[in-house]
Design a protein around this ligand. Structure first.
Ligand code: FPP
Length: 259
């Protein structure tokens, strides 16, 4: 990069970083990584080139969250709806996951980051499932931050499964209807170990939730940026956090009650 732009970029990073209030950090950030295909198209390259370059952004955001002290980062890596893409792209994404997981486990361990996953993992291709399981086992004792990959994930399916499990437990006498409330229902979700995301970021200019953590984001702040995922860097994350910290989170109250 030209030294002038390099300095300018460094100043931009510093400016956002200096604005972050460290005791007001979101504990959990969820991301919809979008725009890989359009990023590649702009460069006259195949869509898979966009996914490959998306890995750099995954690395940057994971590292930035760990450095800042965010406890949980959940990335939407593959939705159940994504199976409807051309077979070639699905296969390429699955292979990229295997390759990335095998390569990055060492870095995760070096940075004391635990890898976990949500979604119907046993329905992934065997190689992807195995690489994922290995990554999870190899990083299970890390405790600085948890990186959660949503893979073959559908929030509606997760809610239906949780509802079925609730009914089963009520029928078996392990739970009464009166005991069932929001907190109890949350313990039936795949995300039961994690606090709800406080910040949801979607890249690429699209403003949709796409069947992602529907229950869990009830009170999340939504942040949409036009930046395509492969271009998303630490400074973009810092900018999102600064924006999050400028919002008044009222949870149904009025401003005066918050003081
Ligand atoms: C959405 O962009 C992106 C995906 C469906 C896949 C995200 C996967 C990666 C970034 C690869 C590696 C991930 C990990 C966790 C190692 P899109 O293809 O829908 O883009 P478009 O909307 O421009 O077509």
């Amino acid at each position: 990069m030209n030294p002038y732009f390099c300095t300018l970029n460094w100043l931009k990073i510093k400016t956002f970083l200096n604005q972050i209030i460290h005791d007001k950090l979101p504990k959990h950030i969820a991301v919809i990584m979008d725009g890989n295909g359009r990023w590649a198209k702009e460069k006259n390259r195949p869509r898979v080139f966009g996914h490959k370059n998306g890995v750099t952004a995954v690395r940057e955001v994971t590292e930035a969250c760990a450095e800042l002290g965010v406890s949980y980062l959940t990335l939407y890596a593959f939705s159940q709806e994504n199976w409807n893409r051309p077979k070639f792209e699905v296969n390429a994404l699955m292979s990229l996951l295997v390759e990335t997981l095998s390569k990055e486990v060492r870095t995760l361990n070096k940075n004391n980051i635990r890898l976990e996953a949500i979604g119907e993992l046993d329905k992934l291709p065997q190689k992807t499932h195995l690489a994922l399981k290995k990554g999870i086992i190899d990083t299970q004792s890390n405790d600085r931050m948890t990186l959660v990959l949503a893979l073959n994930y559908s929030s509606r399916k997760e809610i239906i499964q949780a509802s079925k499990d609730v009914v089963r437990d009520i029928k078996a006498g392990h739970l009464t209807e009166d005991q069932l409330d929001e907190d109890v229902f949350s313990t039936y979700l795949e995300t039961k170990k994690y606090p709800d995301p406080e910040l949801l970021i979607r890249t690429s200019g699209e403003q949709r939730i796409s069947n992602y953590l529907l229950w869990q984001i009830a009170y999340a702040e939504l942040y949409f940026t036009k930046v395509f995922w492969p271009d998303f860097r630490k400074e973009n994350l810092y900018e999102a956090i600064v924006d999050f910290q400028s919002r008044e989170r009222r949870f149904g109250k009025i401003s005066e009650q918050l003081v």
